[in-house]
Design a protein around this ligand. Structure first.
Ligand SMILES: [Zn+2]
Length: 330
């Protein structure tokens, strides 16, 4: 397959539609992307399936990440997110995270206002947020994975497979819609946001969290670990997310940044080790071959020492929270 030639000057910004200035943040080849999600040294078969899947999605051997100089939004080009096949391969090893900052932010915000009614969580995972909200809310989930949907149902949560189904059954019925760390994955974010507007009662609230564009760019420079498409194809800034929410008909609040914490450095360290493991003949790539976690973890702890020293100059920046939250009124 030959490399497609992209014409940036005719590529509109997906958020503000501007055709003018864009900078290239990064370029990734299909094999770099496949190795990022699963290095061939760890699982050759899975790496090859990812390789074919990503090439099919990109219809090219590489993808660029561009940034709109007008609104600050960063986006993958070609502008295509992961599909069902991509995520089914990706999720063979990945679990859902536990309680996180995003949930605390939303819960405090919801409890500070009415604190009851109908609540929908978009991309609900295994329902970590909803099960903690069930006491005061009638809880609904939108979840793409069938296995996870069954798990949510077993927890007494009403589940939709897609947003169209939700809009057909409950138009204008929700008091709150939460969208945690979803919008960085979607090329059709406009459809999702306008569907959320239709789902909410007039005056209802949408609460979103996303990774912060500048934090992701910094993290990639310091750790070497890419914020890789087609998993993440959007890098949001507070300004660009406000534009998208306003366009969907929401009145927006001021964005709130995730608090600084030394725990954020641990996350960056983990990414650095993952990145080292994607390169052949590194110690990290050998350690990640160890299947038994009880053996692997002590070796990783040893590798963490030189990795930490390499990142030492950036500690103050890496302490900064990597996400921000924003809310909107329908
Ligand atoms: Zn723009």
């Amino acid at each position: 397959m030959k490399n497609a030639t992209f014409n940036y000057s005719t590529t509109p910004c997906p958020v503000c539609d501007s055709l003018s200035g864009k900078e290239t943040i990064n370029t990734y080849t299909v094999s770099e992307a496949a190795a990022h999600f699963c290095p061939p040294t760890r699982d050759q078969d899975r790496n090859q399936r990812l390789l074919h899947c990503i090439r099919r999605l990109w219809k090219a051997d590489e993808s660029k990440f561009l940034r709109c100089l007008d609104c600050g939004f960063g986006f993958g080009h070609p502008y295509v997110g992961g599909d069902e096949e991509f995520y089914s391969i990706l999720h063979e090893q990945k679990g859902y995270p536990g309680w996180k900052w995003d949930f605390d932010y939303a819960r405090n915000k919801i409890n500070a206002s009415s604190g009851s009614g109908k609540l929908l969580d978009v991309g609900a995972g295994e329902g970590q947020f909803l099960v903690r909200m069930k006491e005061n809310f009638e809880c609904f989930a939108l979840e793409g994975s069938e296995t996870t949907r069954n798990e949510l149902k077993s927890k007494g949560i009403t589940v939709f497979a897609d947003v169209t189904e939700a809009v057909e059954q409950y138009p204008g019925k929700f008091d709150y819609v939460t969208v945690f760390q979803v919008l960085e994955h979607l090329s059709d974010f406009r459809d999702l946001l306008s569907a959320c507007k239709r789902l909410l009662k007039p005056g209802g609230n949408i609460i979103l969290t996303v990774p912060d564009c500048d934090a992701m760019i910094l993290q990639e420079i310091v750790t070497g670990c890419a914020d890789m498409p087609p998993n993440h194809i959007n890098k949001w800034t507070p300004n660009s997310l406000k534009i998208a929410l306003n366009e969907a008909g929401f009145k927006t609040s001021t964005a709130i940044r995730q608090p600084d914490s030394y725990a954020n450095i641990t996350g960056a360290l983990h990414l650095k080790l993952i990145h080292d493991a994607t390169r052949k003949n590194t110690l990290a790539s050998q350690v990640y071959k160890l299947r038994d976690k009880r053996v692997r973890v002590p070796f990783l702890a040893l590798l963490a020492i030189p990795a930490l020293l390499k990142m030492a100059f950036s500690f103050s920046k890496l302490r900064k929270g990597g996400s921000f939250a924003i809310s909107g009124i329908a």
